[in-house]
Design a protein. Structure first.
Length: 69
């Protein structure tokens, strides 16, 4: 699943994901559009999903994340 799929599964807006991941909503929007994000940003997103879903989600599990190497 991609970032938007996870968000929709949880019924979250981009703003809600940003709040839970302690990120700026603009950053979440960029990630969802496939723009480059840092590994730290990807980890925060994955952790927010993990906590909400009660299962471990890794950044690599989120299709389409463009993580800066």
């Amino acid at each position: 699943m991609n970032l938007q799929d996870y968000r929709r599964r949880l019924g979250w807006s981009q703003t809600e994901l940003a709040r839970r991941a302690r990120l700026n909503p603009t950053t979440v929007n960029k990630a969802e559009r496939g723009e480059e994000i840092s590994g730290n940003t990807a980890a925060r997103i994955a952790e927010a999903f993990s906590e909400a879903l009660g299962e471990r989600i890794f950044p690599g599990d989120i299709e389409g994340l463009n993580i800066k190497v």
